[in-house]
Write a protein that binds this ligand. Structure first.
Ligand SMILES: Nc1ncnc2c1ncn2[C@@H]1O[C@H](COP(=O)(O)OP(=O)(O)OP(=O)(O)O)[C@@H](O)[C@H]1O
Ligand code: SF4
Ligand SMILES: [Mg+2]
Length: 325
């Protein structure tokens, strides 16, 4: 049996602000096998990027890892020099494409910098970079290397970022909303490209997306996050076809899907404020299946349901909640 390449154990990440603290990731655990792919899905502000930034050791300076472990091939990457991990073991394709690339440097200069741990000269870095760019569909990679980021289209920039993330041959790539900055016509190309690099580079991928409907076409596994926690995780197709957690069910009913005839139902209410303590289930104020005192006071534990894990009191044998439909 294959070993896990990535184990995230009880990860808690906060942001320090002048007026307080935001608990953005409040105890996340999951495992991934080599070359497996995971989609992380959830509403804005639920902690998806924070989780991705923590795994790729790219958190901003005001972030604090309060608890937990991130094991890559069995070693806790939170305990080693980040420079030996970032880009080499775990690499990030950031959410904000525009901000990720300095407008003062050509793409070639940016590659030269990123490749500094392995290249022998500028020519060497151009050679490595052009071969990756070519493998990602650029027919004239040297022209791209001589260009400044603002001279490239959104789709080209997205592919340059994917190439940069691959350049040190990482084991794991985190792509934060890789299709959000490109127009609808290019989305399928980016999705196809990410699927292709998974098999070509044998890389484990974590893809952060708002769009749960695309997860079966992109990822083996889907984790649904709510208020800094995973609420359901399992094979993507099972989750999209038969979600079990009330939030996952409502999320799927709230998004437009092809071949869908029933009306969309937005989820009423708002997620909790992550700067205040949360008691009980964080979804309780919005949940149609809430079981009074229990949900309001006790945090749900994990329940294994076939191929899935769901965090909801309904699945406790002792309680008589209504299983959602
Ligand atoms: N640098 C920061 N300093 C303070 N708070 C932050 C910072 N970055 C994110 N947050 C807060 O942490 C919480 C989680 O944010 P995060 O960006 O991880 O969510 P997200 O799920 O990626 O949202 P989106 O879908 O909008 O990208 C939010 O409350 C957000 O406002
Ligand atoms: S634990 Fe309770 S409030 Fe939370 S999702 Fe389940 S039923 Fe709803
Ligand atoms: Mg985000």
């Amino acid at each position: 049996m294959k070993d896990s390449i990535l184990i995230v154990r009880n990860l808690k990440v906060s942001y320090k602000l002048r007026g307080g603290i935001i608990r953005a990731v409040r105890g996340v655990s999951f495992k991934l096998m080599e070359s497996e792919s995971l989609c992380i899905v959830g509403e804005s502000g639920c902690g998806k990027s924070t989780l991705g930034l923590a795994i790729s050791l790219s958190l901003p300076p005001n972030a604090l890892i309060e608890e937990g472990e991130i094991l890559v091939n069995g070693a806790n990457i939170l305990k080693v020099n980040p420079a030996s991990v970032r880009g080499r073991l775990v690499s990030l394709i950031p959410q904000d494409v525009g901000a990720a690339l300095s407008s003062l440097n050509t793409v070639g200069e940016i590659f030269n910098d990123v490749l500094s741990p392995i290249r022998s000269s500028k020519e060497d870095s151009y050679r490595i970079a052009s071969s990756i760019l070519e493998s990602l569909g650029f027919s004239d990679p040297y022209r791209i290397l001589k260009s400044y980021p603002h001279e490239l289209s959104g789709g080209m920039l997205q592919r340059v970022l994917i190439a940069l993330a691959l350049s040190l041959n990482p084991k794991i790539i985190v792509a934060d909303e890789p299709t959000s900055m490109v127009d609808a016509s290019l989305r399928k190309d980016i999705v196809d490209l990410i699927r292709a690099i998974r098999s070509k580079y044998n890389v484990t991928t974590i893809i952060i997306t708002h769009d749960i409907a695309i997860s079966p076409s992109l990822c083996d596994i889907t984790a649904i996050m709510y208020a800094g926690k995973i609420v359901e995780i399992g094979p993507s197709r099972s989750i999209v076809e038969n979600p079990l957690h009330p939030y996952a069910i409502m999320l799927l009913k709230s998004i437009p899907r092809i071949k869908r005839t029933v009306r969309l139902k937005p989820i009423p209410g708002l997620p909790p404020d992550l700067s205040s303590p949360i008691k009980g289930c964080p979804f309780a104020p919005r949940c149609p299946n809430v079981i009074g005192d229990i949900c309001n006071n006790i945090e749900p534990r994990e329940y294994r349901l076939g191929d899935r894990l769901a965090y909801c009191h309904i699945y406790s044998g002792e309680l008589h909640g209504t299983v959602p439909n």
